[in-house]
Design a protein around this ligand. Structure first.
Ligand code: ACO
Length: 344
């Protein structure tokens, strides 16, 4: 590793979850399922849904970014770049990052979107870090997903999994040995056959038929995805640990994508990471796709200390997967917030 390389560090975290709670009990009224099945198979008890009309992923993202700017006392016009990871863009174009920039009032710099499903936040974080390493001073990385806009609430195999949320981090140059140290990011397009939203793109533009065939919703072969997810996350963590000669005791926190408690448990077992050092909030929010990792960082911000070693890991549609190794850059902020705010 080049020790003289300029490094990017996370200097703040913001998040937003909508106030409406959809519980497993509610889902029992909608599809043939049970609280018991959902809890034992996934670990999810409830998820948040954006119910306000005429809102989109950008509204979730804008709330998270506004909070981030407020908490870090950052002037919107100091921002050089906003990268938005999302699987539920407001529209195919223009990109959601620029809609967020407009809603927040960021007029400086530029923005763009990254599409890598549930690994989107990690891909965006690594991309943002590279921009900081090459000279930019303030980069926002936001994961925002209104998953309820593409969930088929008649399909019990997927509708129990997903929720709506956004999370954002500020990246700035690091002047010490903390910050984003290394990443392993991988993908395999073969996976497109197992997890997709077929309709609405150039392959199957929207028609009456695509609507009738429910092609505008998520389709997933859960069992296959499960196996690849465990393997992808485990292998990428292993590569990082080997590369940096890390043992499980060198890592203070593991921040896994929240797709299934059984996947998180497998990672815990595989590396003998105690569950107390793995961030888990899947029971409250379900799988919020690109928002899960920043939402965890947000919730645990008050427990993170400067110098803590973190491994972030994710797997998603594509297939895409990977892990990031970083050292946390600040002690808990003075003003504490116990959980993500329920704005409005
Ligand atoms: N309630 C009751 N029964 C159900 C439900 C439900 N909600 N959903 C499925 N079942 C039934 C199935 O029909 C099946 O019945 P059968 O045996 O009679 O055929 C049985 O339960 C078992 O189904 P499986 O699909 O094998 O269940 P599994 O234990 O694999 O759990 C799940 C499904 C939760 C989806 C799991 O496979 C999983 O988490 N997969 C990985 C998800 C993931 O990591 N995705 C990547 C990120 S998402 C993204 O990128 C957008």
């Amino acid at each position: 590793m080049d020790v003289h390389r300029r490094r990017a560090k996370i200097t703040g975290v913001g998040a937003y979850v909508p106030p409406f709670v959809l519980t497993n009990k509610d889902l029992e009224q909608m599809v043939d399922t049970s609280d018991e099945w959902i809890t034992t198979r996934t670990g999810i008890k409830e998820r948040r849904i954006m119910t306000q009309p005429n809102t989109a992923s950008s509204d979730l993202g804008a709330e998270a970014v506004k909070q981030l700017l407020h908490k870090t006392q950052t002037d919107p016009n100091e921002i050089d770049l906003v990268i938005c990871a999302t699987a539920t863009p407001d529209m195919l174009f223009p990109d959601t990052a620029n809609v967020i920039r407009d809603k927040v009032g960021i007029r400086s710099g530029f923005g763009f979107e990254i599409s890598a499903a549930c690994s989107g936040f990690l891909y965006a974080l690594e991309t943002g870090a590279k921009f900081v390493e090459s000279g930019l001073k303030k980069v926002i990385v936001v994961g925002a997903d209104k998953m309820s806009s593409i969930v088929d609430y008649t399909d019990r195999t997927t509708c129990i999994l997903f929720g709506d949320a956004a999370g954002a981090v500020l990246l700035e140059p690091s002047d010490d040995d903390t910050g984003i140290i290394d990443s392993v990011l991988e993908s395999d397009g073969m996976g497109r056959n197992y997890l997709y939203q077929k309709g609405g793109g150039s392959y199957h533009p929207a028609t009456h038929e695509t609507v009738e065939n429910r092609e505008h919703f998520i389709y997933q072969e859960g069992r296959t995805v499960f196996k690849f997810a465990v393997n992808g996350m485990v292998q990428s963590i292993k590569k990082l640990m080997q590369r940096h000669h890390l043992s499980k005791d060198d890592i203070q926190w593991v921040v896994p994508h929240q797709a299934n408690m059984r996947i998180i448990q497998s990672i815990s077992n595989m590396f003998e990471f105690p569950l107390e050092r793995i961030m888990v909030n899947i029971h409250k929010y379900g799988n919020t796709t690109t928002a899960t990792i920043p939402l965890c960082l947000w919730e645990w911000e008050n427990q993170l200390k400067k110098g803590d070693a973190l491994i972030l890991t994710a797997f998603g549609g594509g297939f895409t997967w990977g892990s990031i190794y970083l050292r946390w850059s600040y002690d808990p902020p003075a003003t504490e917030q116990a959980s993500p705010p329920d704005v409005e």
